[in-house]
Design a protein around this ligand. Structure first.
Ligand code: ADP
Ligand code: NA
Length: 332
C-alpha cells in the first residue's frame, strides 16, 4: 500500500566523522537509483536540542550539505534539504507529541546519555527528540530508513508511534518503517575508547576522524588509536574480546570493500605497527577525494543554499499533503 521511499538525516551539530560517513553517507549514496525514492535531510531542529552557537550552526548546515554531496548524494537523484525549511516536520512532530507517551521518551538511552545526571535540566526538545524523528520519517511515509546501530531504538519508537496512530484512529495511515542497518560499519567506535561510538559530539578530537581532516591528521590519529599489544589473528573469531582491534579491522574493511577476514588473513601474526600505516593509507585514499570535494563545494555557499532551497521545495511538495491528510484524520 505504501510506495517504497527511503528517508534519513544527519545532525549539523559538529563536523561529520568517519562514523557518519561509513554508517550513513556512504550508504545514502549507494541507495540512490533503486526502486525507492531517496530523501535526505540535514536535521537542524534536532541539533538545537543542545545549545548551538547560531553562526557556527549556519556554517555547519552548509558543511553538512557539502559532505552529503561529496560522499555521492546527488541532489538531482535525491531530495536533499534542511529540516527547518520544511515546516511540516515541526507541525507533524506536535501531532506525534500527543500520540507518544512520556514513558517511551524517558526510556531512550540516547536521552539518558545526552541529558546526563541532571536530566531535569535537559531541554524539553531533547526528551521529545524521537517524536520529531518520527515526524521526519513519516512526513514522507518513508518505508525504510538507513541508519547506524545507535539509531535503532529511536526507529523502534517511530514504528510504535505509527502503529499507535493507526490503531487510535482506525486507519492504516502510516507505514511501519523498516530500519536498514547493514554492513560492517554500522557502529564505528571511538579511537580512544573501544566502548564508545565515534561521534561528532565527543569532546576529544583524537577520538574521531573528521571528514575535513587532512592526510597527516588522519595518519596521526590512527597511529595514536588505542590498541592492545597482541599480534593480529587470522580471522575475526580471534578478536572477540579485543574491541579496539576489531574496530580498526572493521573500518579497514568498510573503506576497502574487502571483508574483515580477508584483511586479517594478510595481517595474521603482525602487530599494529604494520597494520596502522596500512589502515591510514586506505583511509586517506578513501577520504581525501571527499575532503577535497567538500572544500570545493563550500567555496560557493550561495550554490549550496540554492540546492537546499530547491530540495526544500521538493520535500514540501511531498510532506504537505501527508500532513494535511493527517490533520484531517485527527479532526483538525
Ligand atoms: P553523531 O552521533 O555523530 O552526532 P548523528 O546522530 O547525526 O551522529 O547520526 C547521523 C547518522 O550517522 C545516523 O544514521 C547514525 O546512526 C550514523 N552514525 C553516527 N555515528 C556513527 C558511528 N559511530 N558508526 C556508525 N554510524 C554512525
Ligand atoms: Na546519534
Amino acid at each position: 500500500r505504501f510506495t517504497p521511499r527511503i528517508f534519513s538525516g544527519i545532525q549539523p551539530s559538529g563536523g561529520l566523522t568517519l562514523g557518519n560517513y561509513l554508517g550513513a553517507l556512504k550508504r545514502f549514496a549507494e541507495l540512490q537509483g533503486g526502486e525507492a525514492e531517496t530523501i535526505y535531510c540535514i536535521v537542524d531542529l534536532h541539533a538545537i536540542t543542545v545549545w548551538q552557537d547560531p553562526e557556527v550552526l549556519r556554517a555547519r548546515i552548509r558543511e553538512a550539505a557539502a559532505a552529503f554531496m561529496a560522499a555521492g548524494v546527488d541532489p538531482a537523484r535525491s531530495v536533499l534539504f534542511n529540516q527547518s525549511q520544511v515546516s511540516a516536520h515541526a507541525e507533524l512532530a506536535w501531532l506525534f507529541n500527543t500520540v507518544a507517551r512520556v514513558g517511551w521518551m524517558y526510556r531512550m538511552t540516547q536521552f539518558k546519555d545526552k541529558a546526563g545526571k541532571n536530566s531535569e535540566n535537559a531541554s524539553l526538545g531533547l526528551l521529545a527528540y524521537p517524536a520529531l524523528m518520527a515526524a521526519d520519517i513519516l512526513a514522507y511515509r518513508a518505508t525504510a530508513v538507513p541508519v547506524g546501530e545507535d539509531q535503532k531504538q529511536h526507529l523502534e519508537l517511530t514504528r510504535d508511534i505509527a502503529a499507535k496512530f493507526n490503531h487510535d484512529y482506525g486507519v492504516e495511515h502510516f507505514p511501519i518503517t523498516q530500519p536498514l542497518i547493514e554492513g560492517v560499519a554500522t557502529r564505528v567506535m571511538s579511537l580512544r575508547d573501544g566502548s564508545k561510538k565515534m561521534s561528532k559530539s565527543d569532546p576529544s578530537d583524537a577520538s574521531r576522524i573528521n571528514l575535513t581532516d587532512d592526510a597527516d591528521t588522519i595518519a596521526q590519529k590512527i597511529r595514536k588509536a588505542r590498541t592492545d599489544a597482541d599480534p593480529l589473528p587470522g580471522s575475526m573469531d580471534g578478536l572477540k574480546d579485543r574491541p579496539e582491534a576489531k574496530n580498526l579491522v572493521n573500518i579497514y574493511a568498510a573503506l576497502s570493500d574487502e571483508t574483515p577476514d580477508q584483511i586479517l588473513s594478510r595481517f595474521e601474526g603482525q602487530g599494529f605497527g604494520a597494520f596502522k600505516p596500512a589502515l591510514a593509507e586506505v583511509a586517506v585514499a578513501a577520504l581525501s577525494p571527499i575532503t577535497a570535494k567538500m572544500s570545493e563545494l563550500m567555496s560557493d555557499p550561495a550554490e549550496i543554499d540554492r540546492i537546499l532551497g530547491d530540495g526544500a521545495d521538493r520535500a514540501e511538495a511531498i510532506a504537505r499533503p501527508i500532513l494535511e491528510e493527517t490533520k484531517d484524520v485527527m479532526g483538525l
